[in-house]
Design a protein around this ligand. Structure first.
Ligand code: FUC
Length: 804
């Protein structure tokens, strides 16, 4: 069982989510077999301090994120708090937009795409046209003057315990610094030691990027940074001057606890003299309560975090942090084969000509995705945004918000698969707010019931179409996110959760009952999604394939959920009827799956989005078992799109090839992604990894990291299909690449409440262990053989596979 942090130790905003956490405790469970990966492999390490932000090492507790540079005379730790965004509670929907809906539709049907897009641009878009950006909070700067010549420098991030460490020798003394972001104690904690007494003399300060902030003395041995964002932000695509008010207040405190020596505060700076060891505790908070309320007291928030900590010493804080982290992280272990070049610093290992054969490096990337999700998405915090929780820019790319036409969902593909259901919670929680905001957008823009989310949201839960009509008007963002609610139920089987999720899913479906229209251009009576677009490819159209796949999936999940809950029989029949009329997938002239209703795909189009393959992944209506022709067409479309592209696009393609049961092709894409993109870009087109293994779009975007972890998981285990008898099909090693002939994995989860561990040798499954947490029937499927299995709740089945 995971440890649930007692509520009295959590600050105000964290308390809000504990009901959900409590529900989740039921679905968490222990790793079921002892397949151990080589723990020493699970480190990122370097022999020089970071010069650039994408070389620094990330730590986080879901609410606070920090980037550790590991500098010698100046250690810089840039940090974030997940609610510090520009702006204020605001509804972005446009009053009267729905008056233009019919005209936009008619223009599209008449083939006048440009006119439709310009009318929509004038009358149908979000107010303002863009959403608000995420902000850096501040830097912690530690200055160690006159250390003298240094040697034996080493900095590392250990994924086994979520501790970032820097160590070096100077003047015959070994100095060590450790940095953690603790979820149980809600602080960033820094421990500084030397192997000789009295050697620690340094300054510790805050540096704020925000003009409207001040730094001063706090309580004893403490400094405080407080302020409010200023009103002078340049909001992308919004013509200046746009008057943004920024009521959000923020506050951070840094407290020094010294062993030996002294600590003094002068001019808002902590001066530490001749200490043996020092612990710095950093608390940070904002006045954000929820998307409509910014009335919290950020000073009281910090005060309560630090006073709750009392006199806890470093050993206690660190031990609680490691126990909390490992309860999640250690659930899954993986061994994909031999590690190469393990002794090389991580950036050099990434650039080594053998990297494609370095199975240990793939393991590291797999586990790094899990590490990063634990670090940026914990109950009570915000969902992982485009950069997770880590951002040092006042104008981050795409505002470091939530783009939901792929990116945000990709962030969470790994959550259930790799046994981190708790980390899914912030996203699931955000849907409650999005459904409220989205109901107004549904009404004002479409005069429809239910709720709708277009391709982006922000802290204020904007749901109206932003940026440009050609890509902003895309109606299935909320519907796609509802898949995550359903998955959470499918994997965990928690009925109480489904009761809470159902109204959200139902509302998303109701919107489409009202929104879908009959295609006037043909007489088949197909219902289509219009206006919309196939994400970012080809502009505003009638009936993009992706929308129809997503809407069918949503309807199917609502139908099944209503059966489980015994509710809404009438709506269920209506959804069954409407679902049957939605325009079906089409195979086009090149043997491709059509991206649109018209057969006009360009085989040379290498666009990063591969939206029309949504039904293959993350959807399931196109699969090897039930729809072999569409399956082949999807493969053809993917071959046309090619193997390169942005980081996240490659992340998605790994998942696609896994679903296409082609492990070698999935591995080929993974190899493409395992390439260094320099901190300033290499000039090479396409994505890769930065020195700290952050995914490069470029620029940095975290979705690719998460996509890789989910993709490797899909290569080893898939559970999205049902066997002929209706039981969950657990497909073992569906896409094992020839590069990983021997290996093992433990603790992966499958739909239906199963945990699986298995081993393989010479490319063949040798043994597996299945544990059932819900007592549902399943079918083990391996290499064309189906074995039905009826395990009662809590029972485990272990099987050694006959080598013949
Ligand atoms: C989508 C993608 C871009 C980028 C942005 C944040 O719009 O098309 O490549 O990832 O989101």
């Amino acid at each position: 069982m995971i440890a649930i942090t007692p509520t009295h130790r959590l600050p105000r905003r964290i308390v809000r989510a504990t009901g959900m956490v409590a529900l989740l405790a039921q679905c968490a469970s222990a790793v079921i077999a002892s397949v151990q990966s080589e723990a020493s492999d699970l480190q990122l390490f370097y022999d020089e301090p970071a010069q650039q932000w994408v070389e620094a090492l990330p730590v986080g507790n879901g609410r606070l994120g920090a980037m550790v540079y590991g500098g010698i005379e100046e250690e810089r730790i840039q940090f974030n708090e997940s609610t510090l965004y520009v702006g204020e509670p605001h509804d972005y929907s446009r009053l009267g937009a729905s008056k233009y809906l019919d005209e936009i539709r008619q223009l599209i049907f008449a083939g006048k795409q440009e006119e439709a897009e310009s009318l929509a641009m004038r009358e149908f878009m979000s107010e303002p046209l863009s959403q608000m950006p995420y902000q850096p909070f501040a830097d912690i700067v530690l200055s160690f003057p006159d250390l003298g010549a240094t040697s034996e420098y080493h900095r590392a991030l250990d994924l086994n315990n979520a501790v970032a460490q820097t160590a070096f020798k100077a003047g015959g003394v070994t100095y060590t610094r450790e940095v953690i972001a603790s979820f149980p104690d809600q602080v960033i904690a820094i421990r500084i030691t030397a192997d000789q007494p009295g050697k620690l003399t340094f300054k510790a300060a805050f540096e704020s990027p925000h003009a409207n902030s001040r730094i001063e003395r706090g309580n004893d041995g403490e400094i405080r940074l407080s302020g409010q964002l200023t009103n002078s932000y340049r909001i992308q695509r919004v013509k200046a001057p746009y008057d943004i008010s920024n009521p959000l207040r923020f506050e951070a405190r840094m407290q020094a606890r010294v062993d030996g020596g002294t600590v003094e505060v002068v001019d808002g700076v902590l001066f530490i003299q001749a200490a043996n060891a020092v612990t710095l505790l950093v608390a940070a908070d904002t006045s954000y309560v929820n998307f409509r309320d910014v009335s919290a007291d950020s000073a009281a928030g910090c005060e309560s975090i630090l006073s709750t900590l009392g006199q806890s010493d470093w050993a206690t804080i660190k031990a609680a942090h490691i126990a909390d982290y490992q309860a999640l992280f250690k659930r899954v272990s993986i061994d994909l084969g031999a590690s190469l070049n393990e002794a090389l610093p991580t950036d050099e290992r990434l650039q080594h000509s053998d990297v494609a054969d370095d199975a240990g490096f793939a393991e590291l990337l797999f586990q790094y995705g899990r590490y990063l999700l634990i670090a940026c998405s914990r109950p009570g915090g915000q969902p992982a945004n485009l950069q997770g929780i880590w951002n040092d820019k006042m104008e981050p790319p795409w505002g470091s918000r939530y783009t939901v036409n792929i990116n945000t969902e990709m962030n969470y593909w790994l959550a259930e698969l790799t046994n981190l259901a708790e980390c899914h919670v912030p996203l699931l929680d955000s849907l409650e707010e999005l459904a409220i905001s989205g109901a107004l957008t549904a009404k004002r823009h479409y005069n429809a019931r239910g709720w709708v989310l277009h391709h982006n949201f922000d802290l204020w839960r904007g749901t109206a179409p932003i940026n440009g009509s050609n890509h902003g008007i895309w109606v299935t963002g909320g519907a796609w996110l509802c898949q995550h609610l359903w998955w959470h139920y499918e994997f965990g089987g928690d009925r109480a959760f489904l009761e809470r999720a159902y109204p959200i899913m139902r509302g998303a479906a109701l919107f489409f009952v009202d929104f879908l229209i009959e295609d006037p251009r043909n007489d088949q009576g197909w219902l289509i999604s219009t206006p919309s677009n196939s994400p970012e490819n080809g502009g505003l159209v009638a009936g993009p394939t992706m929308d129809h796949q997503i809407i069918r999936d949503l309807f199917s999940n609502v139908i099944e959920a209503s059966e489980v809950l015994g509710e809404d029989a009438e709506l269920r029949s209506e959804l069954i009827e409407v679902r049957a009329k939605i325009a079906p997938n089409q195979i086009g002239q090149h043997g491709q799956l059509q991206e649109w209703l018209e057969d006009r795909d360009d085989p040379n189009n290498k666009h990063r989005h591969v939206s029309h393959l949504w039904g293959l992944h993350p959807g399931d209506e196109i699969n090897w078992k039930d729809t072999p022709e569409l399956f082949e067409a999807a493969k053809q479309s993917l071959l046309f799109r090619g193997d390169a592209a942005t980081g996240w696009s490659m992340g998605w393609k790994i998942n696609f090839w896994a679903r296409l049961l082609d492990g070698d092709h999935a591995k080929k894409i993974l190899n493409n992604l395992m390439r260094m993109v320099g901190a300033k870009g290499t000039g090479r087109k396409g994505g890769g990894l930065y020195p700290n293994l952050f995914d490069a779009h470029p620029p940095f975007q975290i979705d690719g990291n998460f996509g890789v972890t989910a993709g490797i998981s899909e290569m080893l285990l898939q559970s999205h299909l049902k066997a002929d008898d209706g039981s969950q099909l657990l497909h073992l090693l569906p896409a094992l690449p020839s590069a990983w002939p021997d290996g093992s994995v433990a603790g992966l989860r499958a739909r239906g409440g199963f945990e699986l561990s298995f081993k393989w040798k010479d490319g063949k499954l040798t043994e597996y262990v299945v544990r059932s947490t819900l007592g549902k029937a399943c079918t083990i499927y391996y290499s064309g053989q189906a074995t039905p299995l009826n395990l009662s709740k809590g029972n485990t089945y272990q099987h050694r596979v006959d080598s013949n």
